[in-house]
Design a protein around this ligand. Sequence first.
Ligand SMILES: Nc1nc2c(c(=O)[nH]1)N[C@H]1C(S)=C(S)[C@@H](COP(=O)(O)OP(=O)(O)OC[C@H]3O[C@@H](n4cnc5c(=O)[nH]c(N)nc54)[C@H](O)[C@@H]3O)O[C@H]1N2
Ligand SMILES: Nc1nc2c(c(=O)[nH]1)N[C@H]1C(S)=C(S)[C@@H](COP(=O)(O)OP(=O)(O)OC[C@H]3O[C@@H](n4cnc5c(=O)[nH]c(N)nc54)[C@H](O)[C@@H]3O)O[C@H]1N2
Ligand code: SF4
Ligand SMILES: [Mo]
Length: 745
Amino acid sequence: MKVEKQTNCHFCGYLCGLIATVEDGRVVDVRPDPTRYPYDERIMAGCRRWRMNLDVLDGADRVNYPLRRVGERGSGQWERVSWDAALDDIAARLEALRAEHGAATLASMIGGPHTSFWPLHRFMTLFGSPNNMGIGQICWNPRIWMDVITFGWTVEADIRPETGCVFIWGTNPAESDNSLFWRTVLKTGKDETTKLVVIDPRFTRTARAADLWLAPQPGTDCTLALAFLNVIIDEDLYDHAFVDAWCHGFDELAAHVRSYTPEHAAQVCGVKADDIRMAARWFACERPSALVSGRGIDQVGASVAPTHRAICCLRAITGNVDVPGACVLADASDFIQEADLELTLEHADELSSRCLNTAETPLQCYEGYAQVEALTERFGRKLPVRYLTSAHPDLVLRAMETGEPYPVRALIVEATNPLLTYADTHRVYKALMGLDLIVVLEYYLTPTAQLADYVLPAAGAIERPTFQAHGGVGNIAYGGAAACAPYYERRTDYEILRALGLRLGQRDAWPDATFEEAIARTLAPAGMTWEHYCEQGMYFRPPWYMKHEMTDDAMRPKGFATTTGKIELASELLPKLGGARLPQPDEPRALCSDAFIAEHRSRGWQHVKLMTGARKQPYNASMYLNNTAFRAAVPEPVLEMSRRTAEDLELVAGDTVQIASDSGKALFKVATITMADGVVQADYGWWHPEWPWDDREGGMWESNINCLTSCALDQTEPLIGTWSYNAIDCMIKKTDETLSWEELG
Ligand SMILES: Nc1nc2c(c(=O)[nH]1)N[C@H]1C(S)=C(S)[C@@H](COP(=O)(O)OP(=O)(O)OC[C@H]3O[C@@H](n4cnc5c(=O)[nH]c(N)nc54)[C@H](O)[C@@H]3O)O[C@H]1N2
Ligand SMILES: Nc1nc2c(c(=O)[nH]1)N[C@H]1C(S)=C(S)[C@@H](COP(=O)(O)OP(=O)(O)OC[C@H]3O[C@@H](n4cnc5c(=O)[nH]c(N)nc54)[C@H](O)[C@@H]3O)O[C@H]1N2
Ligand code: SF4
Ligand SMILES: [Mo]
């Protein structure tokens, strides 16, 4: 019998609504659901990925049963085992390792927003280990930290018809989002009355929609932002009433930015001074003005914090804070906050003392979290804990390599492929090869899964319920029900981690047998039932604006959840943690040492600036390279550069080049595009899912840009520990080698 079921695509964080046709428990068709968030028929016409749901649901290369390694680690030999056998053995080995080395000997790794990570974080907390790693320092986090320190909470752009100016800064939603937000940006571009400014070294499809494209050299955005502030203050375009009432430290900021003239920034950034003036005037005068930033700002190592701080100041002095059409400070959620789902705060003291970050990254640690929480809690807001206190991979890898300060011997990897996506692949590979226990929760036998002791089959999109709580910092969640029960012996990530938790004495902490029940419990305080949530596809309450002006019981305005109760242009908190009161640009980081550069130059290599990982449809990081239609459409990894840069390097489009840093090397095809000169951009995530593992380890060493990158602490931002995937460097040389991607024809 055929039935129709509402479910959700989960190939990106949008969770678009789908209707699945289900016959005898098997999904035979999916189509967009026009009744649910974030439906817009152009989205699902633009995004090619939802159509893959059936391929992924029953793909030939899916892991369907628990697998146990039988050969040497990394030998690619597996046997099928029962869930009980797998979980009993994993639990016993974790128990033994904990007894020998302490609970912190277990580390975990996560990736992009593929699943709900709070169950893993709850498991880690109750096991007693603080050492979770993941996207923390490089994706989303830096902005959250700086927003909260400046405004008392995070701000989200609020683009509406009345918005007069939009800055899209270091993000390319045309490729990375392809959803509601991108459609909004496109509309803004077409709207004569809204000025769209795109700030990106590459002339992206987003840039094509803009009224003004600024192409700064990578890593110079802080100087650019300070120059915007300089223009706005110098030309008296700031919002005097708002600054007087609600900003702290304006005079200091004004003095600070005086030397950051557009002419100075033009020199540093490679952008015309007049364009800087024009953009600044638009942002200040065409209010309300909205701003969205992305990876181009987040992944630039040392400059990440000051750049975000300067952007916060830009919003503040132009009065573009918590007003419709500019941005909105999220409300605390009515449903249970991620921090409370993790259960981490109750154990923060024990975790803190063992966490492999404290002292090295004074903001990104439990102490830093506590200082910020002390401010936000009076507004009922709590940041998710585990992302913002995540351990630093440099320190965790070192603990794996050397046993210092204590041995890290076990690892749980959930929904990430660190051999392709974490920095310094050679180092990650070596560290993982030396561990006693690796458990990977996956859909596929990725290169990372191939190094595991156990690969546990995760139930994926449409065979599990979904609940995405917007980064854990808003009063909005979306998702819905599964279309079918998991195929084969797959289980939801929640159920896997719970089952492991139950074996390790965590019974009281996991009252809900299924993820569905756990979501229902999460929603209960908001007064929404599971059924209603599935029907709506979301929980949402329209935000209030101007919350700082609302009065409390004593009729005082609420203000902002900062030390001074105002927006801190000059930060009172950051100096306590060793940071600066005012945003100061830092130098980009280098992957190539002087000796490496000199030695390679002597052999005809040249030194260039490097960006990596620009998002491209239809892939997602290292995923979907197993889709033959996608591979036919986008067959090989490219290194992008301007025509002029190619000429300077004596290259033409289609050449094969080798690029290298002290950490390693990779091969790419040259592609010429319109972009800033003197910079190259390398794709990321490339391997050969179709190759047997024993054939060159799935091709993971050939065009893997993370063979060149590094998370070394001395190269990172000092408060958060952000390392660089952009604004770095490499050596480059043409080669006669053939890329294996070409061999496929
Ligand atoms: N198709 C696809 N979509 C994805 C993903 C994917 O892998 N594939 N990944 C998802 C994830 S995990 C994330 S975090 C988001 C990221 O989403 P985005 O932040 O939108 O990432 P990109 O599309 O790479 O856009 C970043 C832009 O920053 C520019 N840039 C690089 N360095 C600098 C710099 O120093 N200054 C400035 N101003 N710009 C710079 C790059 O040229 C690039 O165009 O995308 C998500 N969506
Ligand atoms: N050089 C460079 N490196 C980067 C970046 C860059 O721009 N440049 N970007 C960084 C950023 S922002 C991010 S977020 C990361 C992304 O890094 P990752 O998240 O590691 O990237 P993916 O390749 O998407 O890996 C996701 C893996 O999870 C599996 N998976 C998908 N859904 C589920 C699920 O529901 N459950 C389980 N258990 N498994 C699932 C997939 O099969 C896939 O193998 O990469 C980072 N690394
Ligand atoms: S935008 Fe994301 S969730 Fe929506 S259909 Fe595309 S991949 Fe799926
Ligand atoms: Mo990300």
